[in-house]
Structures are given as C-alpha cells and as structure tokens.
Design a protein around this ligand. Structure first.
Ligand SMILES: [Zn+2]
Ligand SMILES: [Zn+2]
Length: 325
C-alpha cells in the first residue's frame, strides 16, 4: 500500500466509484493516501478528498462526506471555491440550511465571472433549493446581458467568453424551469433560440461549407406577408433574422467551421423556384442551394468592411455586436 495515488487514478475512481461494488474500499484508498502523504501531486489532495466525499454522499453517508469536504477546504486554502460549494451542498442536504446558504451566497458572484461556476447551481438544485437556483441564474443573466449591451468595445475574446457564459446559464435555467413545470418566459425563449442557433451551426458543419439563406429587409417583410406560415421558421423581426444568422456563424466558426456565407433570397425568386411546391423549410433549403451559383457573400467581413447583411454599415457597428445582443 505504499504506491502513489495519481491524478489518473483519482479520475478513474471518480468516474466509477459510486457504482462500484465496494465504494467503501475506494473511499479508504483515497483517504489513506491523503493520510499517509502518498498523493503523487500534493495539489490533488483536496481533489482526492472531494471524490471520496462524493462517493459517501451518493451512498447516503452525509455526515462523513461533510467531514471530508471540510478537510478538503483545509487542504487547499488557495483554491477552495468548488470544495466550499460541495460542503455547502452537504450542509443543505443535512438541513443545516442557513449555514449552507450562507456559504453558497458568498460564492454567488462567481456566476457572473467564472464559466465553471454552474456547480453552485447544481448544489442548490440538487439539495432541493430550485427556486433559489432559478433566482440566482436570472440575476446572473440580467448582469451579463446588461454588461454585454454596455461594453461593445471590449475584446472579442471577452465577448466570446461572455456569450458562452450566457449560453450556459440560460440553458441551465431553462432546463430547471422545465423540470419545475413552469411556462416559458423571455429568458427561456432566449435559451431556445441560442440552442437552435448552435444546433443549426452543428448541422451546417456536418454539411461542409455552410451557406445560409438571408432575406434583405424588404424581402423579409414581403416574405412573411406572402407566406404567413413561414413566421414559424423565422424570428419576428428582420433584426432578429440578422442576429440569428450572425450567431449561427459565430458558433460554427467557433467549432472550426469554414466556408461560411449567405445567399440573398427574393420573394419573386422563391415563387419562381417553388412553382406549385409548398413553401416549407425543405423548399427553403433547396432554394438556398440553387442560389449558391449566383453569388455567396462570405462571412465574416473585416471589422471595418461593409456588413454582410447589406445595411451599408461597417460590420463592427452592425451585425458583429448583434450576435451578442
Ligand atoms: Zn424551451
Ligand atoms: Zn449587418
């Protein structure tokens, strides 16, 4: 029993531990390595204790899990937010509600700054405090959306990071509220739209170079007048249409997609293309394909170049910020 406990072994126990036939033996393996100073990288000491605490928690031994989480905090005083959240979740499950909420409340600002802070919500919701979890997610989204509206000049990396956080918080909130049986509100609709844009982006990646069908302003308005049923397939406003395309491209390029661009549709062109066929999403896709020979406006333009949407405004002042609004 003198071998070192490696990070790989801790990962392995963490992945299989709770379902293993003898979880207690795995807890012993982890804790004795800590007790005897056999953790290969001493920086993993807290991690080993938290994995052991998680196995105990899932086995229903909350008191011993709490003791290990408390010890993990003491072992890693510089990097203890996750350990404190785990400990707080255990306090909540032990009905030490005031202590647990106080600990989590101290960590709550991380929701606005740390992309990994979803674990705070998992602890709250996992212990049955779903109302509070939703309230905190709403508050964090309010702050992040306001910040992204106000700070149009921050770096692209910072904007991408904020967009990713908004995406994650909105999905987590949407799914919690769905489990609670609540009807969609404004942020749930946002979550759905972001998810649709991301999945369109993934579909587009599968298809190779991605061309999206774009309707210039006058055509967009005429389109929905002529085929009102298409309102189901599009955002309600032209700005929403532009933003959806921009977001899909941002997602696709973030995933490594290249060859992106738009083809511009026209109502008369679509009517001529479809003939007597019904105008549905399949027809729209085929129509978009048919336009590729006549000219694709590639994406993205340079920041100071004219925007792809045809507004005549510089990209950086037009659809570039629109994707984050
Ligand atoms: Zn939904
Ligand atoms: Zn534009």
């Amino acid at each position: 029993m003198s071998e070192l406990l490696t990070a790989d072994r801790i990962d392995e126990i963490g992945a299989t531990g709770p379902g293993s036939p003898d979880p207690a033996a795995l807890v012993t393996e982890l804790v004795s390595a800590v007790d005897e100073g056999r953790v290969a990288d001493p920086a993993d000491t807290g991690y080993a204790l938290l994995v052991a605490a998680d196995i105990l928690r899932q086995a229903g031994d909350l008191a011993d899990a709490l003791a290990l989480a408390t010890r993990a905090i003491a072992e890693q005083p510089d990097d203890d937010a996750y350990a404190r959240a785990v400990r707080a979740g255990l306090l909540l499950r032990l009905d030490r509600t005031d202590e647990g909420l106080a600990e989590l409340t101290a960590l709550r600002p991380l929701l606005e700054t740390d992309p990994d802070a979803a674990y705070l919500i998992d602890e709250l919701a996992g212990a049955g405090h779903t109302d509070t979890a939703v309230e905190w997610l709403t508050g964090a989204l309010d702050v992040l959306l306001e910040r992204s509206r106000a700070q149009q000049h921050e770096s692209e990396d910072a904007q991408d990071a904020a967009a990713a956080m908004i995406y994650g918080l909105a999905q987590q909130r949407h799914d919690l509220r769905e489990d609670m049986g609540l009807p969609h509100d404004e942020y749930d609709t946002l979550a759905d739209r972001l998810r649709d844009a991301a999945s369109h982006a993934l579909d587009a990646l599968d298809d190779g170079p991605a061309t999206l069908l774009f309707w210039p302003k006058a055509e967009f308005d005429a389109l929905l007048v002529r085929w009102p049923a298409l309102a189901e397939s599009y955002p309600t406003t032209w700005d929403g249409h532009r933003a959806q395309i921009e977001r899909a491209f941002v997602e696709t390029s973030g995933l490594g997609g290249t060859g992106l661009g738009v083809v511009a549709g026209s109502v008369d062109g679509l009517a001529a293309f479809a003939g007597t066929e019904p105008i549905d999403e399949e027809t729209l896709d085929e129509y978009a394909d048919s336009l590729e020979d006549t000219g694709v406006t590639s994406w993205p333009p340079g920041r100071n170049d004219t925007c792809w949407c045809g507004s005549g405004t510089k990209y950086k002042k037009c659809c570039l910020p629109r994707s984050r609004a």
